[in-house]
Design a protein around this ligand. Sequence first.
Ligand SMILES: Cc1cc2nc3c(=O)[nH]c(=O)nc-3n(C[C@H](O)[C@H](O)[C@H](O)COP(=O)(O)OP(=O)(O)OC[C@H]3O[C@@H](n4cnc5c(N)ncnc54)[C@H](O)[C@@H]3O)c2cc1C
Length: 318
Amino acid sequence: MKVTEHIQEAKGNTLVSFEVLPPLKGKTIQSLYNHLDPLMEFKPAYINVTYHRAETMFKKRVDGSFEQVEVRKRPGTVGICAAIRNHYNIDTVPHLICGGFNKQETENALIDLNFLGIDNVLVLRGDAAKNESSFEPHPGGHLYAIDLLKQVVNLNNGIYIEDDIQNGEKTKFCIGVAGYPEKHFEAPNLEIDLQNLKKKVDAGADYIMTQMFFDNSKFFQFVKDCRACGINVPIIPGLKPLTSKKQLSVLPRIFHVDIPTELSLEVMKCKTDADVEIVGTEWLLQQSRELKEFGAPVLHYYTLGKPKVIWNVVKELV
Ligand SMILES: Cc1cc2nc3c(=O)[nH]c(=O)nc-3n(C[C@H](O)[C@H](O)[C@H](O)COP(=O)(O)OP(=O)(O)OC[C@H]3O[C@@H](n4cnc5c(N)ncnc54)[C@H](O)[C@@H]3O)c2cc1C
């Protein structure tokens, strides 16, 4: 089922969904099931699986010189989506990115997903590779998420890259895109970022999934601004628990989000990360309750190695 169908069927009730990363290369799929098993009691509507581009690394040869190698540390997104679907009989949302892929590889991945019966994709640009100062598209790939989105929309209309394919099967992907209540870090301002988001929606995005945020008022304002500029698709808040003191500086640096003063002060008072986890759990619970009250269609939790914290929060909500 599509994410939008889940939302329609819920008739205004707030659903939950979870997001996982593929296990590191060499780890088993069981490690992922162990992570997800306890969360399944909350009957999530779907599970998102992130995508990770290959990284360029330098490996030392025996003669002391260095060899440049491409390493994908977390491969398997498409396979994991199929595995989770089989294992739990639940819908999955694979993330697809522009970075590192040409259009043919993207089309092949979409064909695989279609054959596997996966109805959803979250289309993203991806970040710059670690050895690049800014995002560089693959020479045969896409520059912005909207370009990737248009490729999926084309496939939904039976338009494949090879124009000699006549009456090609029309896929039926439900397409999600990313939105940033606190602005995408490269956008000159919130207004321009919102205009770019509207272009993605006008080009066929079915819903928006947000970057994490710790201050609900930023999400409420974002929804208001989206509605004011004619964005009428569902907007799903992305939520993450704060679980260590280090995150006070790491999260703003990596994800370009603010940590509210009240939360920062509480965290700074903590003696250990176990204490931070208690503060972070309570904060996330309050955020979740308020978002549910607001009528958020889905509460989407980034579980990122902290399924127990998410479990503690969601059990209080149901
Ligand atoms: C919910 C969510 C899930 C994510 N999952 C992953 C993942 O699985 N794997 C991964 O690698 N990364 C992931 N990311 C990170 C994401 O790839 C980065 O945030 C990336 O920098 C931007 O992706 P985007 O899809 O928002 O890009 P875009 O929508 O392309 O926007 C990127 C920037 O370009 C601007 N822009 C957009 N269109 C235009 C245009 N036509 N002209 C000029 N400027 C334009 C935007 O305002 C923005 O500043 C995720 C982010 C979110 C919020």
